[in-house]
Design a protein around this ligand. Sequence first.
Ligand code: ACO
Length: 352
Amino acid sequence: MRSVIIGTGTAVPDQVVTNHDLVKIMDTSDEWITKRTGVVQRHYCAPGIGSSHLAIQAGRDAIADAGLLPDDIDLLITATMTPDEFVPGIAPTVQNELGLGMIGAFDVRQQCSGFLYGLDIADAAIVSGRATNVLIIGAESHAGYLPFGSSWELLRGERDGSPDQAEYDAATESRGWSVLFGDGAGAMVMQAQPDAPGVLSSVLNTDGTLADLIRVEAAGFKHQPWLDVAQITSNMHLPTFNGLELFRQAARRMPEAVRSVAAQAGVAVEEIDVVVAHQANERILDAVRKEMHVDATVIPSNIARYGNTTAATLPLMFHELRETGRVPSGSLVCFTAFGAGAHWGALLYRHP
Ligand code: ACO
């Protein structure tokens, strides 16, 4: 059996926030964000809308696109760094709302590599004969992380005027990471097919010595209680971010992983038609393109429109490529990601 992608779907929240909008609530500029990151706009969830809402919409579309019914899905994998709630995660909500049967359903928590880990697990389940149709969804609502306070009202057009100075300062303090992220979801249905091309090889890596590169210390169960006001007043609920080292690692590890899966499958890297790479920063993609001697037709980007959507990035990009005819039958596609953990890897796939 080989694992073949037979359906895709996506969902993004309605609210679009441009770099010019962010200038109203923090000390930044469209020029800095565009030049240093490639992000021009991103979507943000409204309060009360979580990753599960986006996941349900993307999952429903992927099942319909695959020409299946909810009952046909026999395994659900939801990748998210931003679950609606810590316990029980989003998988049970998504399973229930999509009307899937009594199947295995679980979250994976590998941040920007979450969807890649999901693809690998889905393929393993298919190849071992344990699953026939696997629904894999990456979904994120980062808006809850963003320390914008009442400035959200300005972004949402609920009032005019200036931000509160303390909130302007807090948002400015976060500018090194907050401008990068956007909300969204993407889904794929992978099916077991005999004598098909499909997934050819896969590699997953984790280096825990790099765990401090991105960390959110609160809330967590080494604290008693696990969440308290002191954690929030000391900003432990906000990510700490070593941007420069993340940049270096991502630019090195993604090409390494692509070469590794190509070697495993016995194909030349030059044979790969398209690399669907994690979209953390356009400059990282430029560095990867340079290292691999390819251009943006081989490693495309959509970060300008969505920002870094963490676990949703790979399926959003693949869906777009598929919809616009850039993954014709026979294409050799390589998925690769690097993110917090540090987790990274690649998966090589021949589209039937
Ligand atoms: N607007 C204006 N100025 C800014 C902004 C901003 N939004 N952000 C930072 N600056 C300023 C800084 O204050 C600094 O000023 P200083 O020199 O006066 O101190 C200057 O710009 C340079 O800041 P750096 O942090 O060095 O900027 P850099 O060019 O490294 O870009 C960034 C930072 C965008 C975070 C980059 O390092 C990056 O993309 N890193 C990789 C992110 C990544 O890989 N993420 C993937 C994992 S995410 C996940 O797994 C969830």
